[in-house]
Design a protein around this ligand. Structure first.
Ligand SMILES: Cc1ncc(COP(=O)(O)O)c(C=O)c1O
Length: 388
């Protein structure tokens, strides 16, 4: 962030966010951020109507809160109809980020995962909808898979689920985990329908500390409307002064990240964010071209997702992605290598994320260093690397 924003963060480092009566402006800034983000995601709000949402520590906390709201709504509905409510599940792709496993474990919800397959590394909406049953509290779609950056087809999921809901009467909703994509799609792909434009999308999370361009420790969750957040989950405290409604997992937290997010949103504006994201995308494309030229890799990521590049060595290679990752460390590059989840475990991927501070020069240098690594691996005996 800019030095002015660093200074602002340092000046507010002593403020506890929860002291809302003492620091009312910070609460106001949070509310403004929620309103801007909800409108960016096309929440159906009237003129001057306040959006429903909250700042969190990151997408993980945001996902816990969204998941809890769904669970409670589903339970309330089941209770009202005299139906069992002790076996809730969610349907997702096997490509979910670990925070979803945490949500399921901590809040006792079963995860039904749609398996991946070679060449298809996101949730298949048709398979997902088939897995939905009366105990499904929501389907979680990911806008920007952590593993490949690919956007899941939320529109198709919505349409198939509308059909199923019409047949069954279950009203199964959708949550979109837009941890990275929430600050990419509105700027680079404004026509893509993935957000509250789709009627079954009831809540969305986004990380402020990814493409929201703030330092670590900020995320957001926004709901479509007030009725999607059960009132009984909101706590009212008054011992710090006035009545303060809160819906977060933690009580205290720093204010700096909220203030920094507000700074970034108004300093950069829509145009500024679009320029940054466009730049990230262009640098990713430079890298993509450089990787293709090596003829050693199959590119797995799509051009129109998160600006990242995920790639595997071609089958003919006599060394592994883990060796490439290990050798790149000698040049100062930390490029993770990992295996895909079920049923694509046999595929190993290397991944480079193009962030705001990843310049064209750095992209070109990475290609040069990668070529050096490939040359060494190609010319030296494969047996040496087998021991690594
Ligand atoms: C798709 C997705 N969801 C959730 C998370 C968790 O986000 P956070 O680190 O903001 O808690 C991540 C982090 O990488 C992610 O990629």
């Amino acid at each position: 962030m800019e030095p002015e924003c660093n200074k602002l963060m340092m000046e507010s480092i002593n403020k506890n966010y929860v002291e809302m009566d003492e620091y009312p402006v910070t609460t106001e800034l949070q509310n403004r951020c929620v309103n801007m983000i909800a409108r960016l995601f096309h929440a159906p709000l009237g003129h001057g109507e306040a959006a429903v949402g909250v700042g969190t520590v990151g997408s993980s906390e945001a996902i816990m809160l969204a998941g809890l709201a769904f669970k409670r709504r589903w339970q309330n509905k089941r209770k009202a109809h005299g139906l069992p409510y002790d076996n809730p599940n969610i349907v997702t792709g096997a490509n979910i980020q670990v925070c979803w496993e945490k949500f399921a474990k901590y809040f006792e919800v079963e995860i039904k995962k749609v398996k991946l397959r070679e060449g298809y590394y996101v949730m298949d909406p048709e398979k997902a909808v088939k897995m939905v049953d009366e105990n499904t509290i929501f389907v979680a779609a990911i806008l920007g898979s952590t593993l490949t950056g690919e956007f899941e087809d939320v529109k198709l999921l919505n349409d198939l689920l509308v059909e199923k809901n019409n047949q069954t009467g279950w009203e199964t909703p959708i949550h979109v985990d837009a941890a990275s994509g929430g600050f990419i799609a509105p700027f680079l792909y404004p026509e893509l329908e993935w957000d509250f434009r789709l009627p079954l999308v009831k809540s969305i999370n986004v990380s402020g500390h990814k493409y929201g361009l703030v330092y670590a420790g900020i995320g957001w969750v926004v709901w479509r409307s007030k009725s999607d957040l059960p009132n009984e989950l909101i706590f009212h405290i008054n011992y710090l002064g006035a009545d303060q409604p809160t819906f977060t997992l933690n009580f205290s937290k720093g204010s700096s990240q909220v203030i920094a997010q507000y700074y970034q949103l108004i300093r950069l504006g829509f145009e500024g964010y679009r320029n940054v994201m466009d730049n990230c995308h262009q640098n990713m494309m430079i890298l993509r071209e450089g990787l293709e030229k090596t003829r050693h890799f199959s590119i797995i990521s799509k051009e129109n997702g998160i600006p990242l590049i995920a790639f595997s060595l071609k089958d003919s290679s006599c060394y592994k992605e883990f060796e490439v990752a290990k050798m790149l460390r000698r040049f100062g590059w930390i490029v993770p290598a990992y295996t895909m989840p079920a049923d694509a475990e046999h595929i190993t991927v290397l991944r480079v994320v193009s962030r705001e501070d990843f310049s064209r020069t750095l992209a070109e240098r990475l290609v040069v260093d990668l070529n050096k690594v490939l040359h060494e691996l190609d010319t030296l005996s494969p047996r040496i690397y087998a021991k690594m």
